[in-house]
Design a protein. Sequence first.
Length: 95
Amino acid sequence: MWLFYIVGSDSFWFTHRKKCLSKIINTYIKNTETILDLGGGNGQITKELINNDYNAILLEPSYEACKNAKKKGIDKVICGFLTDTDYLDNSIDNI
């Protein structure tokens, strides 16, 4: 996991993927909506969403990935599985 944290930060693939997803999200989702980044790893996309004023929550089962996301300044990190959460039906706008 550590290798992906280092490589993912600067690699062409992760940078390009982040830009593409950002453009799609900014086009179709209002930044007043909540987005749950399900299985979001180290939080690359979550951080980008936060930087674009979205209310983004990272849900990731890997403890190491959750620690790395928190190091990036992501406050809303849930380390676990969707079945471990107590979100009510329709309480999250986008997943």
